[in-house]
Design a protein around this ligand. Sequence first.
Ligand code: UDP
Ligand code: MG
Length: 317
Amino acid sequence: MKKTVTLIVPCYNEEESLPIFYDAVCDVAKGLENYEFDLLMVNDGSKDGTLRVMRELAKKDARVRYLSFSRNFGKEAAMYAGLCNAKGDYTAVMDADMQDPPSLLPQMLEILESGEYDSVATRRVSREGEPPIRSFFARLFYKIINRISDADVVDGARDFRLMKREMVEAIVSMCEYNRFSKGIFGWIGFRTYWLPFKNVERVAGETKWSFWKLFKYSIDGIVNFSQAPLSIASYTGMLFTVLSFLAMLFVIVRKLIFGDPVAGWASMVCIMLFIGGIQLLCIGIVGQYLSKTYLEVKRRPHYIIGETNDESARRIG
Ligand code: UDP
Ligand code: MG
């Protein structure tokens, strides 16, 4: 029997790229006769004609399923919805903008078939076409998260990876609300082959990630997979307590022995401001964890599907 491959495509305002992506995937699928492909497109509340394009593709091709969210829930939610509804023996998540080249699929399938690996992940080895400042912060982020967390995140890793069923089930079982897939992939383990490729620029449309959005996403990644910032906050607190004791001793001894009165309110104000700043920073760190906990305990669904052509799809998950 032929093995089935589900391709999950999260789409937000991709009406121009989606047809190009679809054609490219069809071309690749034609060359892989031993596999049956199905496309699971997730419309993440697009404001353009993405849903119309999906409906048209689904009408002419029975291999196309689409899930259309009731609003924009973000790429993480779109990937989660796709993984919850993927049926293939193998599953891959792919961007609609051709930045995850479908031409890599044959090689990825071959590597999985060898039986040595449970997943084949891709990482871009160049960052051409990206603003240098963004590349700098991206590299810095990977360095920090690898040092302070147990989620093994590879620099340049993309969400594009082909996985066996077991791995998909493990990911779906991690039903946390604040999702950071790169960390989740690393956390669940399994044997992963890293396939390097050169960065490709998107075919049409524009990126949905502003610098600010990426910054918030990286904070999510750190808070989700590391408790180090909390430790930093408490260690800083300890350090300052010790320092203040020493300073107190210094002032008392000086007064007793030399009879010096305390002078210099300017330095006092600086110290107060400094410590006040550190306090706020530490409360902020605790607040980050608290707010994540608050969102987790509410147990809201990750996504809500407003329309789909798949009767058996899990509509709220
Ligand atoms: N995407 C999504 N929901 C969002 C933002 C993006 O489903 O809120 C999809 C988008 O349509 C694309 C993929 O996620 O298929 C990657 O987005 P993009 O190309 O903008 O990110 P970049 O490649 O620049 O990191
Ligand atoms: Mg892209």
